[in-house]
Write a protein that binds this ligand. Structure first.
Ligand code: HEC
Ligand SMILES: [Cu+2]
Length: 362
């Protein structure tokens, strides 16, 4: 990590780092070329054509088509390279691989709280294995923060009431800086931490060393203690929608629109359940605004993610924890009605499909 020479850029420690640096180098080179060229000619002309010099001053040329085309086409081409190259990297950064490992991040004045899928928690430290894609789902408990790992060349705002995603694949073991990159109050500058990249074996040992129950298990407990079961289980009297397979599902709303049930929608369903009513249901769900922390919301969401569209959810304990984050997204399932019309064949397909999908997690 230390080097004796002057360091212009942070170490390159993720799969994005080199690509970002090359693009950055290109931007710098283009800017430097034009800056030096323009300033150089300004100085040159102001000396050569200064008032009292006897330089030859030909009459003004009105137009030169070739010259004009050149200075339109060349900068256009140069900036299109920036656009296409930048967009390509942007898309790569915005689409985490399917087999990514999930980690949940909550920003708070002035610390980073991290929850791993198996329940392990840490503060201002994030341990990850080397060479494995990691997907962060991040939210804030108070103001806007920004999660920034310079060595990985990634940064994203962390916004209250919303979930931001970020992913990376660390390429070498080590300890790297984590910063909050958005001024968030008095002790903003102290909102720092470390990313610790470990060999898979060390990481497994580190992760296994926990007594916490997994995120989904904690969520399952909340689901009972907070009374969700009384409306969202098959045999409840007051009926709420069946939540099996809810994550990633296309939900039809009262107003006829369709929404994908990802983190943001599920969070809103808890805090402002009447904002988007599920088709066929009345506004019977109480708001849990102020009754649960962001971390508990993440636990409930984790739990709901494990609810694959199988008829019972007693199988939760047997789910390998590594597969929790990647419950296969159900294809567009039948629109939710109080009595879900899941055909037996559809269920079978899901059943036989899920173990295969969780294979790469090992
Ligand atoms: C008093 C009954 C009741 C309780 C308690 C309740 N819900 Fe609901 N829930 C409903 C009803 C009714 C709807 C459908 C209307 C709506 O969208 O608000 C709903 C909708 C939802 C949805 C959206 C589902 C979809 O298909 O769009 C989610 C997610 C949800 N509830 C989760 C929970 C969780 C988690 C808890 C516990 C923290 C909970 N609910 C507690 C009745 C309840
Ligand atoms: Cu901050």
């Amino acid at each position: 990590m230390q080097s004796s020479t002057v360091q212009f850029l942070p170490e390159q420690a993720s799969s994005f780092a080199l690509q970002v640096d090359l693009l950055y180098l290109y931007l710098t080179a283009v800017s430097a070329f034009f800056t030096i060229g323009i300033v150089g000619f300004i100085i040159f002309f102001s000396i050569k054509y200064r008032r009292r010099s006897d330089a030859d001053r030909p009459p003004m040329t009105v137009s030169n088509l070739l010259l004009e085309i050149t200075w339109i086409v060349v900068p256009l081409a140069l900036s299109f390279v920036m656009f296409i190259w930048g967009a390509a990297i942007f898309f790569k950064m915005a689409s985490p691989p399917k087999e990514s490992m999930d980690v949940y991040v909550t920003g708070k004045q002035w610390m980073w709280k991290i929850q791993h899928v198996n329940g392990h928690r840490e503060i201002n430290e994030l341990h990850v294995p080397v060479g494995k894609p990691v997907r962060l789902t991040m939210t804030s408990e108070d103001v806007i923060h920004s999660f920034f790992i310079p060595a990985f060349r990634i940064k994203a705002d962390v916004i209250p009431g919303s979930y931001s995603k970020l992913w990376f694949e660390a390429t070498k073991p080590g300890k790297y800086h984590l910063f909050c990159a958005e001024y968030c109050g008095t002790k903003h500058s102290g909102m720092i931490g470390s990313i610790i990249v470990m060999e898979q074996r060390d990481y497994d040992a580190w992760l296994g060393n926990t007594k916490d129950s997994s995120l989904a298990e904690a969520g399952q407990k909340l689901f009972k203690t907070m009374g969700c079961v009384s409306c969202h289980s098959a045999d409840s009297d007051i009926k709420g929608p069946n939540l099996e397979g809810i994550y990633g599902k296309q939900v039809r709303l009262q107003d006829g629109s369709v929404i994908t049930a990802e983190e943001r929608y599920l969070r809103e369903s808890l805090l402002a359940p009447n904002a988007k009513l599920t088709e066929g249901f009345t506004a019977n769900m109480p708001s849990y605004q102020g009754l649960m922390t962001e971390e508990q919301i993440l636990q409930l969401i984790s739990y709901m993610r494990t609810l694959t569209p199988v008829t019972t959810n007693t199988g939760l304990k047997t789910l390998p924890t590594t597969a929790l984050g990647q419950t296969p997204k159900p294809e567009v399932t039948p629109v939710q009605t109080p009595k879900p019309v899941t055909t037996p064949t559809a269920t079978e397909n899901k059943l036989s499909g899920s173990p295969k999908k969780s294979e790469p997690a090992k």
